[in-house]
Design a protein. Structure first.
Length: 276
């Protein structure tokens, strides 16, 4: 498809956690459909998690892929826990690309390192998965409001943001569940806040997705199987992990004009996990 005639032509999308996984998949799809992308990722280790974070090389690979699909890109290393750094990245991206129409608050963390305490694991989950989402939207919303042309925001939660399955009293599981539930509260509050400005806010709730957050030795140990085997993650449909592109399809629709009257919705993309 010619990106100049795609359904996101002329739009600029801010995507956090863009260096790999779901964020990269979303960036590629939107670029194919005509969008330009402000791609943000922390690109640094996080001592609180049990797997390697994305690298600057990963972010550059995403940027190259966006360009190869016809999109312009403004790539930035910034931590969503740092509102000043995130605000600078957004401001520079808008200055470079000209506007801001779509926000995908996608950055998040999962499996905690066994070396951190329950209390620290709980705080880390909230800091990235909830406070990071807060910082992302507040870095972007003033520009979207000032532009006066509406827009769309999608917050990445989880199937665990709609159910307490897996809660065990520990900082890892309970912190993740709490952080992803909190995203739903933010989505509903912001749907009210931003509706007068024709800015829609929704959340997407995947079950396990085949990204580094799940495909690592620490998570594999929970299922007593090797990392390259697809675990039974409790979906209703007879599938294991989703592909990032499965989530991207839902996100692509939510930010498109086809969903122009959809706001305040928590959309599961979970193979029936929350229905089981």
């Amino acid at each position: 498809m010619d990106p100049r005639t795609g359904r996101h032509a002329g739009r600029v999308a801010l995507i956090t956690g863009a260096a790999r996984g779901q964020g990269r998949s979303h960036a590629y799809r939107l670029a194919e459909q005509g969008a330009d992308v402000i791609a943000v990722d922390v690109c640094a280790p996080h001592d609180g998690v049990a797997y390697a974070m994305a690298s600057p090389a990963d972010l550059e690979e995403t940027a190259a892929g966006i360009r190869g699909r016809g999109g312009r890109v403004s790539a930035h290393v910034a931590d969503v826990r740092d509102p000043e750094a995130l605000g600078t990245a957004v401001a520079e991206g808008v200055a470079e690309l000209g506007s801001l129409d779509v926000v995908l608050a996608n950055a998040g963390i999962g499996m905690a390192s066994p070396d951190v305490s329950d209390a620290q694991a709980f705080r880390d989950q909230l800091d990235v998965n909830t406070t990071g989402v807060f910082h992302t939207v507040h870095a972007a919303a003033p520009t979207m409001i000032e532009q006066g042309r509406g827009g769309a925001i999608v917050l990445t939660s989880s199937s665990m943001g709609l159910t307490g399955r897996g809660g065990d009293g520990g900082g890892q599981s309970d912190g993740y569940i709490a952080s992803k539930h909190a995203v739903v509260g933010l989505m509903r509050a912001w749907a009210h806040w931003l509706a007068p400005h024709r800015i829609r806010v929704n959340s997407v709730h995947p079950s396990g997705v085949a990204t580094t957050m799940v495909l690592n030795d620490a998570v594999a140990a929970l299922f007593s199987g090797p990392v390259d085997e697809v675990p039974d993650v409790g979906n209703l449909l007879p599938v294991g992990l989703l592909d990032p592109e499965d989530v991207t399809g839902a996100v692509d629709w939510l930010v498109s004009d086809d969903a122009r009257y959809v706001t305040g919705v928590a959309l599961p993309v979970d193979a029936g996990f929350t229905a089981r």
